[in-house]
Design a protein around this ligand. Structure first.
Ligand SMILES: [Zn+2]
Length: 150
């Protein structure tokens, strides 16, 4: 195995270790009605494992066009992530702007956001949507660690 391959393998293993720590920390809190705490636990775990410059890219997700929310539920999310999460669906009903919520959460943590994939999984073609159709399939999540420069 070449030195480059060993370094790539070590980086990959390190990324898996950090990601696993984040997932385990977040999993203890998910589904308890406090997703913000789960996100915080994931970020804290990554930082405790040595991650310094975190960045993220939003993957495909359901978007406001298809994600209608009750006023009460929307108020709750807006209370966590700000008024920017309020949107209108294509039927002109109250809707959650999920990408805006994710962006607000990333900004609150000081995590740099890379350009995301701007597609709605509910009305876009070729994506799974549990929320819209109860699809069993899921999009994949990729996490990687880039070598430090300088
Ligand atoms: Zn849509």
């Amino acid at each position: 195995m070449s030195e480059t391959s060993k370094m790539d393998r070590n980086l990959a293993l390190e990324a898996v270790r950090v990601t696993e720590a984040a997932a385990l920390s977040a999993s203890r809190l998910m589904g308890r009605g406090d997703e913000k705490a789960a996100d915080q636990a994931a970020v804290d775990a990554m930082r405790e494992e040595g991650a310094t410059a975190l960045s993220a890219m939003r993957g495909p997700c359901i978007r406001a066009c298809c994600y209608e929310f009750s006023d009460d539920d929307l108020d709750a999310v807006a209370g966590l992530f700000g008024p920017g999460v309020r949107a209108q669906s294509r039927r002109d009903l109250a809707a959650l702007d999920l990408p805006a919520a994710v962006s607000a959460a990333l900004a609150a943590e000081g995590i740099r956001e890379e350009p995301g994939i701007e597609v709605c999984t509910a009305c876009g073609e070729g994506y799974f949507s549990h929320r819209a159709r109860r699809d069993a399939g899921r999009q994949a999540l990729l996490v990687w660690r880039e070598p430090e420069t300088g």
